[in-house]
Design a protein around this ligand. Structure first.
Ligand SMILES: O=c1ccn([C@H]2C[C@H](O)[C@@H](COP(=O)(O)O)O2)c(=O)[nH]1
Ligand SMILES: [Zn+2]
Length: 191
């Protein structure tokens, strides 16, 4: 049976892929890890930028943070150096870690039973904050400091309290954000 013109147009659209959902969307884990990486772009630390994203059981983001100076401590005045003769002149005594900021930035009553996505496996100080906050799962990308005592201590604590931690292996090396893409006409053959 011949379809009326209206229906044939719909079917044509379907064939062009416009009634079928996209299949190159980010899955939840990619989305949360990418959010952590995007937050890291806000960091002023010249040597290493870390981001963290706290997510609840309903896949809702409840906190995001990155490594930076405490509120009110100017990131133009406080130091960003590492190997200074006096520890007072390097960043380590001042900088707030990404995990701590993400947890303190929470927009929910608490972060109990949440998952934290973080670019770098958490140090021992962040591990303590994660445990005390009630977070139950840590998803990290880099474990580059695994051999250092601070990070071994984190794992000892997570193991002791039953916090699950696992390494996120990305499907894509890069995720691109193109601000001009919003103006593209998806029907345009020139795309
Ligand atoms: O759990 C962590 C560990 C480190 N950070 C931050 C703290 C610093 O700003 C950098 C590390 O700097 P290095 O020059 O590589 O020592 O990362 C964090 O946010 N969370
Ligand atoms: Zn830390």
């Amino acid at each position: 049976m011949d379809l009326p013109q209206k229906f044939s147009d719909l079917s044509l659209e379907k064939n062009n892929g416009h009634s079928k959902k996209r299949d190159d969307y980010l899955d939840w884990r990619e989305y949360f890890m990418a959010t952590a990486f995007l937050a890291a772009k806000r960091s002023k630390d010249p040597s290493f930028q870390v981001g963290a994203c706290v997510v609840n059981k309903d896949n809702k983001i409840v906190g995001v943070g990155y490594n930076g100076m405490p509120i009110g401590c100017s990131d133009d005045e406080f130091p960003w150096g590492k190997n200074t003769p006096s520890p007072l002149d390097s960043k380590y005594l001042y900088v707030c870690h990404a995990e701590m900021n993400a947890i303190l930035n929470k927009n929910s009553a608490d972060v109990k039973d949440c998952t934290i996505y973080v670019g770098l496996f958490p140090c021992n100080e962040c591990a303590k904050i994660i445990i005390q906050s009630g977070i139950k799962e840590v998803v990290y990308l880099s474990d580059k400091n695994a051999h250092k005592s601070m990070y071994i201590a984190s794992k000892k604590m997570f193991d002791a309290v039953g916090i699950k931690y696992w390494q996120f292996i990305p499907r894509h090396e890069k995720i691109e954000i193109n601000f001009t893409g919003i103006d593209w006409d998806c029907m345009s053959p020139s795309k």
